[in-house]
Ligand binder design. Sequence first.
Ligand code: FES
Length: 316
Amino acid sequence: MSNSLISVRVQAMRFEAKGILSVELVALDDATLPPFEAGSHIDLHLANGIVRSYSLLNSPTERHRYVVGVLNDRNSRGGSRYVHEQLRVGSSLTISVPRNNFPLAESAKHSVLIAGGIGITPISCMLNHLRSQDKSAELLYCARSRTEAAFSATLLQQAGVSGHFDDEQGAPPDLRAYLASKPKDAHFYCCGPTPMLNAFEAICAELGLPNVHIERFAAAENVTAVQSDEYVAELARSKKIILVPAGKSLLDALLDAGLDVEHSCREGVCGSCETKVLEGEPEHRDGVLSKSERASNKMMMVCVSGCKGKRLVLDL
Ligand code: FES
């Protein structure tokens, strides 16, 4: 588990849209909370034993609270349903410190933000932050309908914000046409459901857009954390050599060997188990690292990723 947890209580919950609640968390002792950047998320350790990551949507200038938005996902595996049905104002829980896998390139001349559904949580925080810095930014907010689009009334009043609601338009957005109409040197960000992220990535690659950023909160489909070949992990700092047998994840092999490896989601989406790779070629299966980070082979998510060869040397 994360070795830096914070005890918080639910200070307030608010209905934001059909199926979406915002949850305001404050420290149990009302202390100042660790700082965060736009795009960051926290892991909620829920009383049913489930750990889930949620993006922060309030302003990074606030230090007295964290606010997350939670969709009561019809495919919930227990996290969002627990928040909607069991978590109450006054409940206490533990959370991780904020982590940012979706940082803004603050020096960009122009930023194009695309949100699908609950993906608006990090994206609205990023938009507000860019606007507060007088940076040029625009937002395309997509959802099945306005009633399912949190914060849409406020956001759509702003210049540079457009909405696409499938029930009004009768079809999903034409992302290709939208992206092709933007300056190539802009920075492009997308957070939303997996099919949208996959389409966004494919279209950006096709258009040759170089500055592309995505945030995934669902593990890619059919990801397995194990492989059929054994390999060796050498731990440079602890001076240990461990065998990762076929059928066991690298994270479990490390934990079994007594290593204190920070981890949370175990699905390759939260980023907490990121580990530096000193030698060897990881088999990347996570949803956190960008293409270039993967290609560098300098880091890996040990909860789901494995080894392409027979040996990895890790900075552990
Ligand atoms: S534990 Fe979340 S990415 Fe590995």
